[in-house]
Write a protein that binds this ligand. Structure first.
Ligand SMILES: *Cc1c(COP(=O)(O)O)cnc(C)c1O
Length: 360
């Protein structure tokens, strides 16, 4: 069988160790997973109820256009209904963009390290990949501009950036959008939008009409706590959406995901509480880092990247033995860091205690 040659260079996605496996392996009664930036508070009870109410409909295909969610979300975000595209997670919107715009005669520009799915999907499409190193954890937008040429079709900006948690300010983003040639799609991935508190973080949605080459990605997986249901979306001007829609599978988001997302949008208070708790959780980690003089990146997401000044896997394994699953920086391009998802107050206290024992 002749698989596309570029697939030979890729590994299947390596998820964190499953909690049950860790329990057995290390003989633990409790395991805490702070590895995938999941919401420690779960999801809104309204979303749960909506899911239960939908169970009688499982035999029926979902609405492929997600009409009800579309109406609700358009009003919520403040855009037209035709300015949205839904995906099986925003991961799938990344895939759709790559299918629609990338080919072996194109190139695509992105930061490194950043969210790995941009590169992964670009490799599958056979596109040339131009990676621009972060500077102090931040996107180097000037150098990204320099990498753009007439064959560039997509440039990716992840803000807050996974895994650093850093963000692009409004002024920098506008300056960048003004300089990117119009034939290049700028994808601004705002998976952590709901957690952001920085005042100079842009309301990027306001720019979609001014910049017809702009696409924003958001998701219900993080602050809304619906990661397992797989639903995310893209926001862009209607013509662009119409052009890429054929690359989307007809029934790519499930009924259950659609109703849960609708109900989640009705519970603004849940998201607001999560944002507040996350802010305090980050503060717990900042205090710890400052006390022990560990370098870290101030984060606008629900995770923090901390430099332990030694091989990431060493710290990772020490935590794993105690029942804490985090993300080793080795797999993220930061070989001496760990990326830790902000948990609830107690989880944060416990993991900080475990880290303290190890570091001291
Ligand atoms: C988690 C994440 C996503 C993917 O989220 P989905 O679950 O596929 O919606 C996209 N981008 C970034 C930066 C992420 O961290």
């Amino acid at each position: 069988m002749r698989v596309k040659e570029q697939l030979l260079s890729l590994k299947p996605y390596q998820p964190g160790k499953p909690m049950e496996e860790v329990k057995k392996e290390y003989n633990l009664t409790k395991v805490v997973k702070l590895a995938s930036n999941e919401n420690p508070y779960g999801c809104s009870p309204k979303a749960k109820q909506a899911i239960v109410d939908e169970l009688s409909q499982l035999a029926i295909y979902p609405d492929g256009y997600s009409a009800e969610l579309r109406t609700k979300l358009a009003a919520h975000v403040g855009v037209q209904e035709q300015e949205l595209i839904f995906g099986n997670g925003s991961d799938e919107v990344v895939q759709i963009i790559c299918r629609a715009l990338l080919s072996p005669d194109s190139n695509t520009v992105m930061a490194t390290p950043t969210f790995p799915q941009y590169k992964h999907n670009a490799v599958i499409e056979g596109s040339e990949i131009r990676e621009v190193p972060l500077v102090d954890g931040n996107h180097d937008l000037e150098n990204m501009l320099l990498q753009i040429d007439e064959n560039t079709t997509v440039v990716w900006v992840c803000t807050p950036n996974n895994p650093t948690g850093t963000y692009v300010t409004k002024d920098s983003l506008v300056n960048f959008l003004n300089k990117v040639p119009k034939h290049v799609l700028v994808v601004v991935d705002e998976a952590y939008y709901e957690y952001v508190l920085a005042e100079d973080y842009p309301e990027t949605v306001e720019f979609i009409n001014e910049y017809p080459n702009l696409m924003i990605l958001r998701t219900f997986s993080k602050a809304y706590g619906l990661a397992s249901l797989r639903i995310g979306y893209g926001i862009a001007n209607a013509e662009l959406i119409r052009k890429i829609e054929p690359a989307r599978e007809p029934f790519n988001t499930s009924r259950v995901a659609q109703v849960a997302a609708i109900a989640a949008l009705d519970d603004a208070q849940f998201v607001e509480e999560c944002r507040g708790e996350n802010k305090e959780g980050l503060q717990q980690f900042y205090s710890f880092c400052e006390e022990l003089k560990l370098p870290y990146y101030p984060s606008e997401g629900n995770f923090i990247l901390i430099d332990f000044n030694r091989d990431s896997d060493e710290v990772f394994n020490a935590l794993l033995k105690k029942g804490y699953i985090v993300r080793s920086g080795n797999a993220l391009g930061f070989p001496t860091h760990l990326r830790i998802t902000v948990g609830d107050r107690q989880q944060n206290e416990e993991i900080i205690e475990a880290l303290r024992e190890f570091v001291q």
